[in-house]
Design a protein around this ligand. Structure first.
Ligand code: URA
Length: 236
């Protein structure tokens, strides 16, 4: 009995320490140092082929006129990171900086996402990051269902080609489009599945910038993802 209580206490202390580290990571400036080993990658025989097919899709997205969003884009924003990863993050759509640079999550929300990725023990370029829509919605509004539908001709094959072991859906838009969020009610932190891949829906980093009190549940979600991937957060 005493042993049980001690174990329980040790586990509460361990998660409190993890949480403190996480808060420190997200609250601080710059990227946390990480001495974690690089992610274990499952590089298939046809990794080059996958990259080539992703490059074709990316070129097609650059030329796409399938919805109104193409009219105001500076350029399409396909993805960044490593397609040979076990972990993919899906956001909503490019904002101003992403539209300018042609890369997803490079603004303030992107900096926070990078810190979340580092806190999980991954390299910034060790995960794959993309969005539901590849062109910037005006005023950064949420993509319309018709726009998300039109852009699914890129997102679906993109995720099928990368085939990670887990997907993190950032925000309700991504969660709904990966069909892991009900139209109303609670959705964050509830595992779903997209074509056989576990999907964890959690809050969007842009929301966390406005409402930092929700960092804790997001960290719990990301820890659940690490568990599915058989990985530990790094020691710092
Ligand atoms: N928000 C997103 O959802 N995606 C980005 O690429 C940037 C901000």
């Amino acid at each position: 009995m005493a042993g049980d209580t001690e174990n329980e206490l040790a586990s509460v202390v361990a998660s409190a320490q993890e949480l403190l580290k996480w808060e420190e990571t997200l609250g601080g400036n710059g990227f946390p140092a990480s001495d974690a080993p690089p992610p274990q990658l499952d590089v298939g025989e046809d990794a080059g082929d996958i990259r080539a097919r992703l490059a074709v899709l990316s070129d097609e997205a650059a030329a796409c006129t399938g919805c109104e969003l193409h009219r105001e884009r500076t350029q399409s924003v396909f993805a960044r990171g490593n397609p040979e990863t076990d972990l993919v993050f899906v956001g909503e759509g490019p904002g101003y900086h992403e539209d300018q640079q042609g890369l997803p999550f490079v603004g303030r929300a992107g900096e926070l996402l990078d810190r979340m990725v580092a806190a999980m023990g991954y390299d910034r370029e060790g995960v794959y990051i993309c969005n539901v829509v590849k062109c910037r919605p005006p005023e950064n509004r949420t993509p319309l269902p018709t726009e998300a539908q039109a852009c699914s001709r890129f997102l679906i094959p993109q995720l099928e080609l990368v085939r990670p072991k887990a997907i993190v859906a950032l925000g309700r838009c991504a969660a709904e489009n990966l069909q892991v969020a009900p139209p109303a009610g609670r959705w964050r932190g509830i595992w779903g599945e997209w074509r056989g891949i576990p999907v964890m829906p959690t809050y969007h980093p842009a929301f966390l910038l406005r409402s930092p009190q929700f960092k804790k549940p997001v960290w719990e979600d990301l820890q659940a993802v690490l568990k599915v991937l058989n990985r530990q957060p790094p020691r710092r």
